[in-house]
Design a protein around this ligand. Structure first.
Ligand code: DSN
Length: 419
């Protein structure tokens, strides 16, 4: 019996169900991961009670002497991890981080280049219903139709034509390494600043297995819970000359009280990411993604861009007669969780697109490697190729359960029992 179960059994039923779901299924959503038990503990600690509007040494509330230490630790570790001049660790999420950069670097109506959501970008890169698309004049670039790599000729041409004040690089569903130096050159040539949103691949950058945007970008935003494997949250790096204006854009510009329990958990995460074990983990994420991609390709599945350089791949399932929605549901019946996703130049609608996005960060955290990726690739192919075979789905579900039992989720037991 734990505190939640004792006080609120109705709510506990849902929480326990979610814990079991995460334990007994293969979480392959590219943006999800499992934190360490220490990160979980900090995120659920008494620090949640503390108001600390402001920054260390300059707070609008008393009693901040300990949370000041927490935030300084988080900032120092983040700067060391990414070799950055300045960091703000207060953004509540990646979206808030991007909004703060926009508030700091732009005026409403300014022109910005960002990657098309339909080509792998993010809502905050100018989607018309998002605050980014409503307040600023976003112009979208995308990938080339022939190889699905970022079309830098298009980016440069749009930059010359529209003279943006800011260029946003980074993506949520792009399986290839992003060449930040090329973006930086285009930004310099047209007099724009460069924001790199590295939310998806921050952990890979920290470990040196992805091109590093920090030296070349004016601003770098990220969430902390994807490949970086921390608590749900955001963070922004910038050059020292933008620090004061950026900090003002976070507080009081777009947020008030920082989430000190989450900032404590971020500090732990950054400490973990500084270790050699984390570098090995990030290498394994990429190795696992390559192995899985090879397995899917050899079984005849079409992957956007023909493979992957990072932690994710995008499969076009229409070539085997399915929609993305059908594939997501079919794999879910087998205990494999992925998300339906548009593919570049998709002819279908976002709620039932042509693709699925598959990622390896969470399974790599559980300790799975090459052999497990080959088995999973095989199960995915068999399930997708026999969509009506309920017996096969049941059989794969059993295999998945067996695999999950061999690779426990960190912190599972701790969540069920308070000490
Ligand atoms: N960051 C998004 C994803 O890639 O899943 C969700 O907003």
């Amino acid at each position: 019996m734990n505190w939640i179960e004792q006080q609120d059994p109705e709510l506990w039923t849902a929480v326990a169900g979610e814990i079991t779901r995460q334990r007994d299924r293969l979480v392959m959503i590219a943006s999800e991961n499992y934190t360490s038990p220490a990160v979980l503990k900090a995120a659920g600690s008494l620090l949640t009670s503390k108001y600390a509007d402001g920054y260390p040494g300059r707070r609008y509330f008393g009693g901040c002497q300990f949370v000041d230490i927490v935030e300084e630790l988080a900032r120092d570790r983040a700067k060391e991890l990414f070799g950055a001049e300045h960091v703000n660790v207060q953004p509540h999420a990646g979206t808030q981080a991007n909004v703060a950069v926009y508030l700091s670097a732009l005026q409403p109506g300014d022109t910005v280049l960002g990657m098309d959501l339909a080509h792998g970008g993010h809502l905050t890169h100018g989607m018309k219903l998002n605050i980014s698309g409503k307040l600023y004049h976003f112009v979208s670039y995308g990938v080339r139709p022939d190889n699905h790599r970022i079309d830098f000729d298009q980016v440069a041409a749009l930059a010359r034509e529209h003279k943006p004040r800011l260029i946003v690089a980074g993506a949520s569903a792009h399986p290839r390494e992003i060449r930040h130096g090329v973006f930086a050159q285009i930004a310099r040539d047209c007099g724009a600043k460069l924001l790199v949103d590295m939310a998806h691949y921050a952990g890979l950058v920290a470990a040196g297995v992805h091109d590093d945007p920090v030296p070349v970008a004016d601003y770098v935003s990220t969430s902390t819970h994807k490949t970086l494997r921390g608590p749900r949250g955001g963070m922004i790096f910038c050059k020292a000359r933008y620090a004061e204006q950026l900090d003002q854009a976070v507080f009081p510009g777009t947020q008030s009280g920082p989430l000190m329990h989450v900032i404590a958990a971020k500090a732990i995460c950054f400490g973990e990411a500084l270790t050699p074990e984390f570098k090995q983990y990030a290498r394994q994420i990429v190795d696992n993604a390559r192995t899985l991609a090879e397995s899917l390709l050899s079984g005849g599945l079409r992957l956007i861009s023909g493979g992957t350089d990072n932690h994710l791949m995008l499969a076009d399932v229409t070539t085997i007669g399915l929609s993305g929605q059908q594939a997501e549901q079919l794999l879910d019946r087998c205990g494999i969780t992925v998300n339906k996703n548009v593919i570049p130049f998709d002819q279908r609608k976002p709620m039932d697109p042509s693709g699925i996005r598959i990622g390896t960060p969470a399974l790599t955290t559980r300790g799975m490697g090459r052999r497990e990726m080959q088995s999973i690739g095989c199960w995915i192919l068999r399930a997708l190729k026999s969509p009506d075979d309920e017996k096969l789905a049941g059989h794969i579900r059993g295999e998945v359960l067996e695999l999950c039992r061999q690779f426990p989720v960190p912190g599972d037991g701790e969540m069920r029992n308070d000490e």
